[in-house]
Design a binder for this molecule. Structure first.
Ligand code: FES
Ligand code: FES
Length: 179
């Protein structure tokens, strides 16, 4: 079935109506129809993670999802992170820890990390390494990306009010010895 479909998508808190063929991917609709070009496309078959966005707070490969599948869900792209031109804490940590070189993979890592930090606020360094291994960066060797995400996790935990933590007993994320 290729008949165009009138689709209502909620992206970064705003509703958009677009007419799309059912086979059009979420990545293409975000980039080409909504002009949200922060979501990058690398492999286009679910391997690299450059296209990662959040759908109902879960990290999703936007190249593997049809846009029509996201109807009724809340989609967040990398454009949602900064506020009035001010970097989010996670973006600032990427900058502070030099967690990017070419930067092509960075939007995907940021959105993957946002999903991981929301789902596992107590994530250990090993948990973070494991989760980030889902995405490919050909430049940095990952060490600094892991550093940035762990620093953000630590600072978010430090600013939580007592009793706010869902699971309690946060485990400290220790700096890893240089390898
Ligand atoms: Fe989607 Fe590579 S472009 S996983
Ligand atoms: Fe270049 Fe990740 S910074 S691919």
């Amino acid at each position: 079935m290729t008949d165009p479909h009138l689709l209502t998508l909620t992206v970064n808190g705003a509703e958009h109506e677009v007419v799309v063929e059912p086979r059009r991917t979420l990545a293409d609709v975000l980039r080409h129809d909504l002009r949200l070009t922060g979501t990058h496309v690398g492999c286009e078959h679910g391997v690299c993670g450059a296209c990662t966005v959040l759908v109902d707070d879960a990290p999703v490969r936007a190249c593997l999802v049809f846009a029509v599948q996201a109807e009724g869900a809340s989609v967040r792209t990398v454009e949602s992170l900064a506020t009035d031109g001010e970097l989010s804490d996670l973006q600032q940590a990427f900058s502070d820890h030099h967690a990017l070189q070419c930067g092509f993979c960075t939007p995907g890592f940021l959105m993957l990390a946002e999903g991981v930090l929301a789902e596992q606020p107590d994530a250990s360094r090993e948990d973070v390494r494991e989760a980030l291994s889902a995405n490919l960066c050909r430049c940095t060797g990952y060490q600094t990306i892991v550093d940035a995400v762990c620093a953000t996790a630590r600072s978010r935990r430090a600013t939580q009010r007592p009793g706010e933590h869902a699971t309690g007993g946060a485990r400290p994320i220790e700096p890893e010895a240089a390898s």
